[in-house]
Design a protein around this ligand. Structure first.
Ligand code: ADE
Length: 226
C-alpha cells in the first residue's frame, strides 16, 4: 500500500514515520509513505500557499491552486483509491475505517492548517473527509499520522504476530484484556493466578471475560453495535 501525504509542515513526519511499527512496515516493503510539501507547488516566489479569506474574518485559508497541482501530479502518476481530507468536521475515523482503508492500494491524505482549505478543493478533489475526534487540532498532520499508524498495523504481515493486531481493542467492538509480564509479584501486587496456570483454555476464557467486563464498565456504547 502507498500513502501520499500533502502538508505545509513536512518536517513534522520523520520522527513518527521513522519509528516503531510504521518504520517496520516500510522496511518490510508492505507500506510506502511519501510526504509532499504543498509549498513546492506554488509559483509564488515566497512559496505562499495561503491567503486572506474572501469576505473577511480571522485566519488564513489554504489556496486551491498549489493543492490542485500537487494532487494532479500524483494522479497523473498512478490511480488513487481516494483523496482523504483531515478535518474536524469529517467522518469519524475508527477501527472499522482503519481495517477498510488498509485494503486500498494508493491513497492521498490532505492536511489542512490555519483556518481551513479553500472549499473548492473539497468539491473538486476530496472523496472523503476524516476526523480523529471531536476536538480541533492546529492542523491535520497529527490526524494523518494517527490514521497512517492505525492503517499500517492492520496490513497483513506488518505485525509479525498475525493475531496481535486482530486482538487489539476495538476489533470486534471489545476492549482488550489486561496484560502482564515479569515479575509475577510486584511489591505484593500479583499477576492473576490463571495467567500462570499454563491452562490455555482457562486463560482464553479469562481474557474473554475480562474483555466483556471492561467493555461494559468503560465503553458500554460499543456493545450496542450489531
Ligand atoms: N484537523 C483539525 N482537527 C482535526 C481533527 N479532529 N481530526 C482530523 N483533522 C483535524
Amino acid at each position: 500500500m502507498r500513502i501520499d501525504i500533502l502538508t505545509l509542515f513536512p518536517e513534522m513526519f520523520p520522527g513518527v514515520f521513522g519509528s516503531s511499527i510504521l518504520k517496520r512496515a516500510v522496511e518490510k516493503q508492505l507500506l510506502e509513505l511519501h510526504v509532499h510539501d504543498i509549498r513546492a507547488h506554488t509559483d509564488d516566489k515566497h512559496h505562499r500557499a495561503d491567503d486572506y479569506p474572501f469576505g473577511g474574518g480571522a485566519g488564513m485559508v489554504m489556496m486551491v491552486e498549489p493543492i490542485a497541482r500537487c494532487i494532479e501530479q500524483l494522479q497523473s502518476e498512478r490511480n488513487y483509491d481516494g483523496v482523504y481530507m483531515m478535518a474536524p468536521d469529517g467522518q469519524n475515523f475508527n477501527q472499522h475505517k482503519a481495517n477498510e482503508m488498509s485494503l486500498l492500494h494508493n491513497i492521498i491524505l490532505l492536511c489542512g492548517h490555519y483556518k481551513g482549505i479553500d472549499e473548492r478543493v473539497r468539491e473538486l478533489y476530496v472523496t472523503e473527509d476524516l476526523s480523529i475526534g471531536d476536538y480541533v487540532l492546529s492542523g491535520g498532520e497529527l490526524a494523518a499520522m494517527v490514521i497512517s499508524d492505525a492503517i499500517a498495523r492492520v496490513i497483513p504481515g506488518v505485525i509479525s504476530d498475525g493475531a496481535s493486531a486482530l486482538s487489539d481493542s476495538f476489533q470486534d467492538n471489545l476492549l482488550s484484556a489486561p496484560v502482564y509480564t515479569r515479575p509475577a509479584d510486584f511489591r505484593g501486587h500479583r499477576v492473576p493466578d490463571v495467567l500462570l496456570s499454563g491452562n490455555q483454555k482457562l486463560i482464553d476464557e479469562w481474557r474473554y471475560n475480562q474483555q466483556i467486563t471492561r467493555t461494559k464498565q468503560r465503553r458500554p456504547d460499543l456493545l450496542d453495535h450489531e
